[in-house]
Design a protein around this ligand. Structure first.
Ligand code: 4UW
Length: 573
């Protein structure tokens, strides 16, 4: 059967606007009225903030600066490689104003990983932060990007001669003649094809790919969430509204990831909240920030809920922080068990724990807790948001009905277009307007969606995607590895951690046979081979296991399920 959202009907989203036109210029009936000078963005540590008019001016100035000094133009790609920062959204919207495309990179990426993203996205400008500069510089050198194409989000005294700064560009650009920067007016329908973001995701299989997200998709997603949460329902009594004037949301989720970008940043600002921008997540610091900024709304991933529950139980002194303003906590990007939800609710009974589900390929949200539910539903990912349709494919290819498990397919205005420059992968995931999620789900008659399992290769470590294919390709470069397979094994805090099954070369196997201690040396060397060039969440924290042969079917496809069973047996020992 075809599953449809049972939420309020979605009005057709605008398809002739860019994201900054929607966020900064336009008026939409679903948008709550906003007090003029309430801050949109607040720096967690310094307290420095920008309100609407300041942001609009800075976006305008920066767009002018990027046009005049870098001749940045329509469809050029700008990579932003930086921790969260209050200039980050300004940089995004300034690029969009010129028609340029933004590709956010994980600020913890190593040189190799950043080089991969720069090359795959074909970025010509790199916007970065002083803390990320050494890696950015090296990656730029390798990809042939001139140092003059690196722009810094914050000034450094040492780099003043060498680099340009957003601060100066934004201020300087305001003095330029108005005619210099010409804002592109989109034709009707153009928003559906004009690319705003190239966000990286591995999809169901293979290495990370650039997901082409048009302006229309996040705009639609914001409106779908707003409609579903009845943000504009001002007839509701104040105390029943999910968002109220004066509410403050923390942004510890990174803006380069689709959840941080669309839900935490765009949707929260659209909903009238102030965003406290945190560069790097630290649990105790987050508690202090919640108290200091009187945070009302949290957006987290399951490992942060684990931390919260564990720390509160084991270190009662952490309960001294005043969290009394908190009312709403959204969580997702990886499974959250029913037990953990219930623990959270016991600890913070006045906070609604709302699970959401989505993916980069659906430019974020597919399901969330409806506004009609006063409390989170333990173990449930919510219901289809307004304007979203779903099909559930059973293993035999037939369509599932209520209470039947199968692979979720999603259709809605939030769907991305394709994997950029990758036709083969596009065909596997973007099928006749549907996105194949690779997630096994079950939908109940009341619309509740339960994520039962993951059918795809990728797994999540602390909410971050790990693509086995990427690690396997790298492991094969190790001199002692003849064949290998990487899977995720369960971990209480991280969700999953990577474990590598390795078949040794003849020579290495002989050495291990002669001297068993050699086995430990090789395992350590394989782990180091990964940790030398990959970001921390991809490290082989689940270990390295030697195996005689990697199980494969007759056509050579890896049988990961067999390996998962084997890993379970090893862990149980
Ligand atoms: N339960 C189980 C979940 C869940 C989940 C995601 O890195 P990506 O591409 O994207 C994300 C997006 C997270 C997100 C989107 C919208 C939203 O409202 C929200 O609220 C909390 C979170 O993580 O990874 C996509 C994959 O992540 C898994 C699932 O396998 C999906 O295909 N995933 N949310 N609640 N698993």
């Amino acid at each position: 059967m075809l599953f449809k959202s049972n939420g309020p009907a979605l009005l057709p989203p605008p398809d002739d606007l860019t994201i900054p036109q929607f966020m900064l210029d336009s008026f939409h009936p679903a948008r709550p009225v906003r007090e003029d000078h309430s801050p949109w963005l607040i720096d967690d540590q310094s307290g420095k903030s920008y309100h609407y008019e300041q942001i609009r001016m800075r976006v305008h100035g920066l767009a002018n600066g990027l046009t005049s000094r870098w001749h940045l133009k329509n469809d050029d790609v700008v990579c932003i490689y930086s921790p969260n920062n209050i200039e980050y959204p300004i940089a995004i919207w300034a690029c969009h104003r010129i028609g340029a495309i933004v590709s956010g990179a994980n600020p913890s990426y190593t040189v190799d990983e950043l080089v991969y993203q720069l090359k795959t996205s074909r970025a010509t400008i790199l916007i970065t932060h002083p803390v990320s500069l050494p890696v950015a510089r090296e990656a730029a050198r390798i990809t042939g990007l001139s140092p003059s194409n690196i722009i810094l989000l914050e000034p450094t005294s040492s780099g003043r001669q060498e680099f340009a700064f957003i601060e100066e560009l934004a201020t300087e650009g305001l003095t330029f003649p108005k005619s210099l920067y010409v804002e592109p007016r989109l034709r009707s329908g153009e928003g559906k094809t004009k690319i705003a973001f190239l966000s990286f995701s591995s999809g169901t299989t293979g290495s990370p790919k650039a997901v082409a997200i048009p302006h229309y998709a996040p705009i639609s997603n914001v409106l779908q969430m707003a409609t579903y949460q009845e943000v504009n329902q001002y007839q509701k009594p104040r105390e029943k509204r999910r968002f109220r004037p004066g509410d403050v949301c923390i942004a510890v989720l990174p803006f380069y990831h689709i959840y941080g970008l669309v839900v935490n940043l765009h949707w929260m600002i659209f909903s009238g909240l102030s965003i406290v921008v945190v560069p790097k997540f630290n649990f105790i610091e987050m508690l202090k920030s919640i108290e200091r900024h009187k945070i009302t709304h949290l957006m987290l991933v399951p490992p942060q809920i684990v931390l919260l529950c564990k720390t509160f139980f084991q270190q009662p002194e952490t309960r001294k922080y005043d969290l009394s303003r908190l009312r709403y906590c959204m969580v997702g990007a990886a499974p959250l068990s029913a037990e953990l939800s219930l623990q959270f609710e016991k600890l913070l009974p006045n906070v609604v724990l709302a699970q959401g589900y989505g993916m980069t390929e659906t430019s974020t949200t597919v399901t969330m807790l409806p506004s009609t539910e006063p409390r989170g539903i333990a173990g449930c990912a919510g219901r289809l948001i307004s304007g979203t349709e779903a099909k559930v494919l059973k293993p035999d290819g037939s369509l599932a009905g209520y209470d039947e498990e199968g692979e979720l397919m999603v259709k809605g205005p939030q769907n991305a277009l394709r994997y950029q420059n990758n036709e083969k992968a596009t065909k596997e995931t973007f099928i006749d307007g549907w996105v194949r999620t690779g997630d096994e789900v079950l939908i109940k008659e009341n619309g509740n969606v339960y994520i039962v399992d993951r059918l795809k290769e990728i797994f999540k470590v602390r909410g971050f995607q790990v693509a086995p294919a990427e690690l396997e390709g790298h492991l094969l470069e190790h001199p002692d590895v003849a064949d290998c397979a990487v899977i995720g094994v369960p971990d209480e805090y991280s969700g999953d951690v990577p474990l590598a099954f390795v078949t040794l070369t003849g020579d290495a196997a002989k050495r291990v046979k002669e001297n068993p201690a050699e086995g430990d040396r090789i395992k350590a060397s394989i782990k180091k081979h990964v940790s030398d060039v990959k970001v921390k969440y991809k490290w082989l924290e689940g270990g390295v296991e030697f195996i005689d042969a990697i199980p494969k079917n007759p056509s050579g496809k890896l049988l990961r399920r067999l390996l998962r069973d084997q890993a379970k047996a090893i862990i149980a020992k």
